[in-house]
Design a protein around this ligand. Structure first.
Ligand code: ADP
Ligand code: ADP
Ligand code: ZN
Length: 215
């Protein structure tokens, strides 16, 4: 079983690498951002609550997020392992994750940090487009769909995420620096951290990660 955690600033390319790695290692994807977007699309209670934070680029409170991940992990629906993407984002979430994993008798194999400069991030998020149906991610310059504004995978229209508008992006970066960045040290001390330079074409970033993890 391979249990990975992928970290990086918003727009670093976590989701892009995660989707390749999932396929490669047959892992189950656990993305709190995706879960929240699905809940918002369904207009569920959790979705309505999350929307108040997400639109502003703020974090959804820890107890809500921890409960969601706990429920997913306890289903144990990850025969080959899982890939956490976008969780944990705060020290309290990291501590909660350790406890959840202890209870289940499992451990993290590796924490991958996709590292890029802020200047690159702004360009990436400004050009990011996502499928309104399946959530697949594109970029208007770096990963354009075959047909303009339409998802290659399912044919539905691509949209810009509300939280990818500039004001929210800057707020997310600030929150990342305050709350999430300290986690790198937390995982470094545990000997789990692997840093990869994310400012390279996505295929190359992928190859470096798989070389490190072993094919
Ligand atoms: P995150 O999940 O970290 O927020 P994404 O994977 O959604 O980031 O990537 C952000 C944007 O940058 C998307 O539009 C994506 O297509 C693009 N992107 C991802 N990786 C690269 C890369 N290595 N080079 C150029 N653009 C990239
Ligand atoms: P990004 O592309 O910025 O890395 P995600 O898709 O992972 O973003 O998450 C989008 C938004 O959902 C976040 O800005 C935050 O508001 C909320 N969110 C996702 N994961 C978490 C989490 N672990 N804790 C709190 N809020 C979260
Ligand atoms: Zn799609």
């Amino acid at each position: 079983m391979i249990n990975l955690l992928i970290m990086g600033k918003p727009g670093a390319g976590k989701g892009t690498q995660a989707s390749r790695l999932l396929e490669h290692y047959q892992l189950t994807h656990i993305s709190t951002g995706d879960i929240y977007r699905e809940e918002m699309a369904k207009d569920s209670e959790i979705g309505k609550l999350a929307k108040e934070y997400i639109g502003k680029g703020e974090l959804v409170p820890d107890d809500i997020t921890n409960d969601i991940v706990k429920e997913v992990l306890h289903k144990q629906d990850y025969p080959k392992g899982f890939m956490l993407d976008g969780f944990p984002r705060t020290k309290a979430q990291a501590v909660a994750l350790d406890k959840m994993m202890d209870e289940l008798g499992i451990t993290l194999t590796s924490v991958i940090n996709v590292d890029v400069d802020d200047s690159v991030l702004l360009e990436r998020m400004a050009g990011r487009r996502v499928c309104s149906n399946c959530g697949a991610t594109y970029h208007i310059h770096f990963h354009p769909p075959v047909k303009d504004c339409v998802c290659d995978l399912c044919g539905h229209p691509l949209i810009q995420r509300e939280d990818d508008l500039e004001e929210s992006v800057l707020n997310r970066l600030k929150i990342y620096n305050e709350k999430t960045k300290p986690l790198l040290d937390y995982y470094k001390k545990k000997g789990l951290l692997f840093v990869v330079n994310g400012d390279m074409p996505k295929d190359k970033v992928f190859r470096i990660i798989t070389q490190k993890l072993g094919d």
